[in-house]
Structure formats: C-alpha cells, structure tokens
Ligand binder design. Structure first.
Ligand code: NOJ
Length: 763
C-alpha cells in the first residue's frame, strides 16, 4: 500500500502496529494519477523561481489586504507574494483576510497558484478545547477526534487549510513547557491519540471544505530537550528513537497525515532539520510519506547557530538535501536555492520532488480548482463558537478531569450551605484557555466561580476571594511572566471566607503562560504565594478541595497531603468552569486517567512509568548500593494511568486462552470488571506487558491496550484484550522490529501500578 519499496525495518514497523493502519485514510495520501498528471503539466510550465516560490512560507507580518507597503522588508515580501514567490502563509486570519490575500496571489502571479494558509490550531480555533495533554487524560479517542474535527470546521470556515497539529512528541519531562501540547509520556497512547487527531483534523477527505491538512510535529525528538529546556539539544539512543519517539509519527503517517514539521533540536549532534536519515530515509523512503515537510519557524536559518552550516546559503543546501521541503520564515530557500541549482549543488529532481509534494496537498485540498473554496464569511459566522461546539467542549473537558485523591469530600451536595471559592484561578477566565489558544478571546472561558454559581441551588452561599494573584503585569504569548511573590493583601479576605464556609474549593496551579513554547521551568511546584495561601486557608478550614489548573505535571505533594480531595482540572478551555462544576457536584462522575507521571520532586525528572529495571533495582540486604535516591522514593506521587472515580471498580485476575503464544497466534486476555460502588461510572481498563528477557533491556511494563468501560452500580462486564506477536515487537539489538520468543508477564488494572498479572511464553 505504499508507493516506495519497503525496507525490512519498514515492513516490520507496519506489521507490528495494527492499530496504526487505517486503510481508508492512508489511501487518500496515495498519489492519485489524475492529480499526478496535473502536477506534471504544471511543473512543465513552472520556472525555477516559481517552483522555489512554492517552497517558501512567510508569516503574515502586515496587512496584505490593505494598501501596498511602501518600502523595506514588507514591500519585498508583498512583491514575493503577488509574484508567486510564496507558496504558503501562516497567521493570515479570518475569511475576509484569507480571501483578499488569495486574490492578490491568484490574480497577480503568472500561474495563479493559490497559497495554502496555515495556523497553529492546536486545541480549538474560537471554541477552545482542553489543552492537548488534558484531552489525552480522557483516553477517549472519539471525543479527541471530535475536538479536532470541530477545530477544523471552525478554522476552515475562516479560510485556513492547514493546522500545525497534532504535536505528537512523547515527553517524559515536566520541566519542558511544551509537554502541555502533546499526549504525554507513552508511545502507545500517544500513537492512538495521534491517529484520532489526524482523522479529526482531516475529516473524511482533504477535499471536504471543512477539513484541514494536519501536520505531525516536531520530527523528531523535541520532547527530549535536555533538562527540559526548550530548544535545547536532545541526546538519546537509537533504541529510544525507534521504540519511544517515532511510533506516534509512524501512526500519524499511516493515518494519512498530509504534512510533517521538523524540529528545532539536534539529536546526538545532528539538527533534526538537517537530518537526511529522519526526513528522507525513514519518513519518505521507508514509511512512504508523500506529503511535504515544513521546517519549524526559522529552523533552517538556525542551522548556522547550531554550527552545522557556515551561513544561510549552506543551511538552505543542507536542509533541502536532507528532505525539508518548505521553509518556514528563514527565507533561506528564497534567497539561495536557485543559485544552488545553477551551481549544480542541488539537483533539479529534488526541486521538482519538493514542489510536487506541496502541489499535491494543494490539489487534494481542492484549492487548485477553487482557490477561494475555504474563505466564506457566512460559514465563518455560523461555525464559530456555536452551541454544538460549546457542548462538545464541555463534554471533552469533563472527560479530561482526573480525580487524583478523594477522602470522601467529593462529590459536593448541591445544597451545601456555603462554599468558599478561593485562589488565583478561582475567578480567572483566561488561564483555562491555556497556551496556543488560537483565536479565542482573552478572558472568555467560563471561570470555576461561574461554573459553581451556575450549578448550585438557590439557597447556597458562594463566597469568593482571590487570596493572591499569581502573575502581575503583562501576560501574553511572547513575554516573560512576572510572578507575584509579595502581595498578600487579599489573604485576610480569603481566610475569612474559608472560615465561614462548609467547604473550600482552592483553585491553584499555573498561569496559561507558564506552559507552552519557551516556558520551561526548573521548578514545577506552585509559584508565587500559592502554597502559603493554601496553608493560611487550611488553618481555618480542613475541608479543602484543591482544584489544580495547569498545563504540565506539577510537584503537589504538600498540597496533596493537606487536601481532602485533589481534582486535576488542567486548562480545560472555553467551558472549563462548567466542566469542573459537573465533576465537583457529581453531575459527571470523573473518569480521566493521567497520561503522565506526577513526580514527588522535580529532581526525579525525566520520570516515566516504562522505565528500565537497571542492574540494581532493589536494595541488597538493606545496603545503599541500589538504583535509588537517598532522599525520596523512586516512585511517582501519582503514576501514569492513575485516576479515581466516585464509584469503585474491581478486577478479577486475568485468564489467558493459552500460556504459549505462537508467533502467528493470538493471545486472549480475559477478566471481569465490576462496578463495586454505588454509582454508575466509567473505568479506563489498561493492559500492560513486560518482556522479561530481551536482546536489549526492556521496560518494566508497557501499555498495550485500554478501553473505556461504563458500568451501572453493581454491574460487571467481561473484558477481552487480544495480543499477537506484532504487539510484542520492539526495535531490538539486531536493529530491527521483531518479537523475540521468551517469557512475558502481563498486568491488568486501572493504572500503570496494576498488580493483577499472568504469565505467558511467546514461542
Ligand atoms: C514554532 C513552533 O515550534 C511550532 O510548533 C509552530 O507550529 C510554529 N512556531 C508556527 O507558529
């Protein structure tokens, strides 16, 4: 089913990942003969300059729809746009602006090839959904797909064709601010979510007017930025690359993702943007990807400071020959590619290949036939923030909430006498929108306070006090945040409110601009005066529910110990307050599970459940000589997969259809899940496997399956998972994907700490 012949590695990657395959959508990216013929005709007409134009992407830095700029850089860019020396623009926003800009190009350039308009539609366009990490906590693939579908519908109506999403970077480090933008630490969960997001953005067909071309990013290894510092180097093994980093990208490819974005980071000395191995050998040749690769913003020019190119000319050469097709904002292709072709350093075939890839997506989107197809002012009005979209946002938001701890404080009665809602995020209508909020109005989310006020009965007193602001001064995407470390003037009011109330809801966590791009932190605890506020409130009221609002795993040990309940409410988007209230009052029984480990201490990072055993996993006779910290347990505070419900679930021990699995056989794992509590609820059952002995060391456990199961109180259901040797394959010491015969242990349960297990042998 792929265009290029497959290497042994690629064949194995395919066969080992049955859930990666979605034939219908993968087929869409296959070259369509009519389109290919039309590209042939067009290429024959295009000059070298026009071809290179298709590979050049500018951000909209001025009003293209207004008067022609008079001089300088903006005039030069304007001239490039109208003369067909630009193939794509990002950040041109709204149906009117995209329409006007497209007209400029189509009516003025010689061949009238339309632009493809791109934008970071990461978790919504106007209607904002939970940040991607939060959505991952729902483990609800249908809901995640729907969130991407709605985002695409809104963005496409505004004239956009292309989103720079999904980010499928696996990350194990909460210091890295962009961990909020992915699906967490696990390659299996991450792959399943990558597929759901690609399907959601791209819809049934790219040709549909409400579809966006998706973009799997950042290829590759960006989530492994050393010490969690954004844009830093990444340095990891070939085994980690293949077993952990690449699977979600492979899954996105097989789901038919139209484009890829490379990454800012280097891996082991080679910047990803300059990597021929990643972009050409693995992605294009082995995986058969026939869309195009865009650089990250300026990442071609950054090959110079990385120190693998002496100047921009060399940077263009290296990136282009490595396989990077489109240049986002470096202008390196614009300025140097033509000369490099004339000098014989860049073959014309490569220019044609890259141009073909870009044109192919434009044809698939339908804009070559109707460049104005997407920009529709009326449709834009109807699509944005409509009731149906907001209802879906509330639904996925409540599914994303994780009940971390509950000593009986929750759910609250709706006729609770008085509730004090306290904390920097209690009435905050902005932080729930998170980073990468696209076209959301600032301060447009339903705050927690508003959600609680809307949920309670008339006789309930809702008291509010902020206590202390978290940030002071400007808060935006581009500037550093200034934290409030000294203004305690609101403490008294908060303590008073807490003292009067039956229960305190304390909303603490992170500002929207504490996570996201360039928001790395060495300390992932509560900033500012938040812990102090918690202690002050606790002195007068111990019936304290902590509602966490954050984009990354945080160190919450002290708050966790003090609180009667802890609700992980992330940054949940437009409907945040309603969704949290749904959970607090039990209108929705929480079902989310953590897609990342929560550390006890930042010093444990990078922290992940699928770690290696090491040669010294336990203490020899009580002595210190084992792999551990002397000042903290190795274990996380809350493990990957953890999440409670207002009911309880019981698992029977897993039973296998055989203890000897043949290489071409199927192992069926069966167990009974019972709702042992008094409410209906949803459990996300999880299946983990440990490969006991391998040619290379193997993780202590790996997620291999999950399912969301809803049960009435007292109800039981028999659950089956099937495993084949393909599910047990990994990138082995022989540098290939293979399942190795030997003994395995599997675990079923409600988190990665599951203990109920069974053993089998792969023959
Ligand atoms: C840089 C980011 O790394 C990337 O993810 C994003 O798509 C581009 N900027 C465009 O905004």
């Amino acid at each position: 089913m792929l265009k290029t012949p497959l290497s042994g590695l690629a064949k194995l990657l395919l066969c080992c990942s049955p859930w990666f395959l979605n034939v219908a959508s993968a087929a869409e990216t296959l070259s369509n003969p009519t389109i290919e013929n039309r590209i042939d005709d067009l290429l024959a007409k295009m000059t070298l300059e026009e071809k290179i134009g298709q590979l050049n992407q500018y951000s909209s830095s001025y009003d293209l729809t207004g008067p022609k700029p008079e001089d300088g850089r903006e005039l030069a860019r304007y001239e490039d746009v109208v003369n067909g020396r630009v193939g794509s623009m990002l950040n041109v926003l709204g149906a009117e602006a995209t329409l006007a800009t497209q007209k400029l190009v189509v009516e003025n350039s010689r061949l009238g090839i339309p632009l493809i308009f791109g934008y970071d539609v990461i978790h919504g366009y106007k209607t904002i959904f939970p940040v991607p990490l939060a959505e991952a906590a729902s483990w609800d693939l249908e809901a995640i797909e729907k969130s991407a579908r709605i985002s695409a519908t809104e963005a496409a109506a505004a004239g956009l064709h292309w989103t720079f999403a999904p980010m499928v970077d696996v990350s194990r480090d909460s210091r890295w601010g962009r961990i909020m933008e992915g699906a967490g630490e696990d390659p299996y969960l991450g792959s399943r979510i990558a597929v759901a997001r690609v399907h959601g953005f791209q819809g049934g067909s790219l040709a549909d007017v409400d579809s966006l071309a998706a973009c799997a990013k950042h290829f590759a290894g960006y989530g492994f930025s050393e010490a969690g510092r954004d844009y830093n180097i990444a340095d990891f093994s070939e085994s980690t690359l293949h077993n952990i980093v690449l699977p979600p990208f492979k899954a996105a490819t097989d789901a038919g993702v139209a484009t890829f974005m490379n990454a800012f980071n280097e891996i082991g000395g080679e910047p990803a943007t300059a990597s021929h191995e990643l972009q050409t050998v693995i992605l294009k040749d082995h995986w058969g990807f026939d869309g195009f690769i865009v650089s990250d913003w300026g990442s071609i020019g950054e090959l110079v400071p990385h120190g693998v190119a002496a100047d921009e000319n060399e940077a263009a050469l290296v990136a282009f020959l490595a396989g990077n097709d489109m240049d986002m904002e470096s202008s390196a292709y614009r300025h140097h590619l033509a000369k490099l072709v004339e000098q014989g350093r860049v073959p014309m075939e490569r220019i044609d290949d890259a141009t073909r890839r870009v044109l192919r997506i434009k044809f698939q989107l339908g804009i070559m036939d109707n460049p104005y197809l997407y920009s529709d002012v009326l449709r834009e009005k109807q699509a944005l923030l409509n009731e149906e979209h907001l209802a879906a946002a509330r639904d996925i938001a409540r599914k994303s909430i994780v009940l971390m701890k509950n000593e009986g404080a929750l759910p609250l009665e709706k006729n609770t006498g008085s509730i004090a809602v306290i904390g920097p995020f209690a009435a905050d209508k902005d932080s729930p929108l998170g980073s990468w909020r696209a076209q959301a109005e600032d301060n447009s989310a339903v705050s927690l306070l508003e959600g609680i006020q809307a949920a309670v009965g008339p006789g309930v007193e809702v008291l509010y006090a902020q206590g202390a602001a978290l940030a002071t001064g400007e808060r935006n995407f581009t500037t550093e945040l200034t934290l409030n470390d000294s203004d305690r003037s609101g403490f008294d009011a908060a303590v008073q409110a807490a003292g009067k109330a039956d229960v305190v809801i304390l909303a603490i966590g992170e500002d929207a601009y504490q996570s996201g791009e360039a928001r790395s932190q060495v300390d992932v605890g509560f900033k500012g005066l938040q812990e102090e506020l918690l202690q002050a409130v606790l002195k007068v009221n111990r019936n304290l529910v902590v509602v966490l609002m954050n984009g990354r795993p945080m160190t919450i040990a002290q708050a966790d110990e003090s609180a009667a309940a802890v609700v992980e409410a992330w940054q949940l988007g437009s409907q945040s307050g309603h969704a949290i209230a749904d959970v607090l009052f039990g209108d929705y029984n929480p079902s989310g599970k953590l897609p990342v480990s929560f550390p006890r201490h930042v010093g444990q990072e990078p922290l992940y459940y699928n770690y290696k055993n090491t040669g010294r996993p336990t203490s020899p006779g009580g002595m210190v000589f084992w792999s551990h910290y002397t000042d903290s347990p190795n274990t996380p505070l809350y493990p990957f997969g953890h999440g409670l419900s207002y009911t309880t679930f019981g698992y029977s021990d897993p039973v296998l259809n055989t203890t000897e699995l043949a290489m071409d056989g199927t192992l069926t794992v069966t167990f009974t899940l019972s709702n042992t509590g008094e409410r209906a609820g949803t459990e996300i059952v999880q299946l983990y496997v440990r490969d006991l002995v391998g040619s290379n060391t193997r993780p202590v456990r790996e997620l291999k399956g999950f399912e969301r199961i809803s049960l009435a109180a007292g109800e039981s259901r028999v659950v089956n998972f099937e495993l084949t040797s393909a599910d047990l394959a990994f990138y082995s010491a022989r540098r290939q994907w293979e399942a190795e015969p030997g003994d395995f242990e599997l675990f079923v349960g409600g988190s990665s700490a599951a203990t109920q297990s069974a053993r089998f042998t792969l023959k």
